[in-house]
Design a protein around this ligand. Structure first.
Ligand code: AMP
Ligand code: TRP
Length: 329
């Protein structure tokens, strides 16, 4: 079984796009790969500075991951800062990557392009070295990522090759793979844009933990078009097609076939809302249970930390032995 690593930052509430587009596949893929799922709180420190916030978001994200069905016995769900080798290997990676290579990362260039007075942490610049550590620590074969992260996987490979040339074969070379495509969920208010945490209006986003009444209201107000024909046509009718896609993704149906079952937008909105509410109901109740039982959450994360640490510490030791640091006496 290939070792597969996916990481997600604890930076804000999980929405329906995250679930239907990614998390649901993580759950269905747990038996097809030796899956590691990191909640990368050290990465979140590049954008969150208020005390306490990252920890609270980490707990919430962990509860979501277990609530949607990740099973700590089958998949390794862990928090990055619980495994100290991430930060330690990141330093070795920083000394293996060059300033020039890091300067060419488009994500860094984009994020700092505004050139304003905003505080730019050096960690935003060295971030790919930490990401390389995340990946290489687990002898990862495959990293499912979107296009925006491909360059970070390439630089990870370059770092691994250079390290192995300098010190001997320590790291396995990872490969970027295209994630199994889930549904693409669009913003309910601006259906030509992806549902995203940076969306302009809250009313366009369905959060996984939105109350049923809130979900119903958001669907009722979803933007459609001025015709009154229910037809699946992503280009011409993005709003209606998005509702059909969501309904199909929740019920396992086909959006084109579902279109034939509706004559009015109102009924389609109600059906989509009901399907989402029904799909989320067991997830929401499991989430609530876990958030009430912090000891259980800590236990589940402890299982992941233990499994992650066992692999990470062995890899880190290989790296330091290859470098030849003087062992502590
Ligand atoms: P993000 O938090 O935006 O980085 O997204 C995390 C993951 O959720 C990404 O890997 C995407 O695959 C998935 N995702 C985010 N937004 C959507 C969306 N609107 N539709 C489908 N998948 C999405
Ligand atoms: N940089 C990734 C992002 O912004 C998150 C990430 C951190 C990651 N470490 C990783 C992704 C390791 C894949 C593998 O989305």
């Amino acid at each position: 079984m290939p070792r597969v690593l996916s990481c997600i930052q604890p930076s804000g509430a999980v929405h329906l796009g995250n679930y239907l587009g990614a998390l649901r596949n993580w759950v269905s893929g747990q038996d097809e790969a030796d899956a590691f799922h990191g909640i990368v709180d050290l990465h979140a420190l590049t954008s969150v500075q208020e005390p306490g916030v990252i920890g609270a978001q980490t707990v919430e994200l962990a509860a979501v991951l277990f609530a949607v069905g990740l099973d700590p016995e089958r998949a390794t769900v862990f928090v990055q800062s619980h495994v100290p080798e991430h930060a330690r290997l990141a330093w070795l990676m920083e000394c293996t990557v060059s300033y020039g290579e890091l300067s060419r990362m488009t994500q860094f260039k984009d994020k700092t392009a505004k050139g304003g007075t905003e505080f730019v942490p050096a960690g935003l610049f060295t971030y790919p070295a930490l990401q390389a550590a995340d990946i290489l620590l687990y002898d990862t074969d495959q990293v499912p990522v979107g296009d925006d992260q491909r360059q970070h996987i390439e630089i990870t490979r370059d770092i691994a090759v250079r390290f192995n040339q300098r010190y001997g074969e320590v790291f396995r070379l990872p490969e970027a793979v295209v994630p199994k495509a889930g549904a693409r969920v669009m913003d309910l208010q601006e259906p030509s844009n992806k549902m995203s945490k940076s969306s302009s209006a809250e009313s366009g986003i369905i959060y996984l933990m939105d109350a049923p009444s809130v979900i119903t209201k958001k669907f009722k107000r979803a933007v459609t078009d001025s015709e009154n024909e229910v037809r699946y046509d992503r280009a011409e009718k993005p709003g209606v097609s998005n509702l059909l896609d969501i309904l199909a993704a929740c019920t396992g149906g086909d959006p084109e076939a579902l279109a034939g079952e509706f004559t009015q937008y109102g009924a389609l909105k109600v059906a989509a809302a009901e399907a989402v509410v029904a799909m989320l109901e067991p997830i929401q109740s499991r989430y609530a249970e876990l958030m009430e039982d912090r000891a259980e959450l800590a236990r589940l994360l402890g299982i992941g930390a233990g499994k992650a640490h066992a692999v990470a510490s062995a890899t880190y030791r290989r790296a330091t032995e290859a470098i030849g640091f003087l062992p502590a006496g």
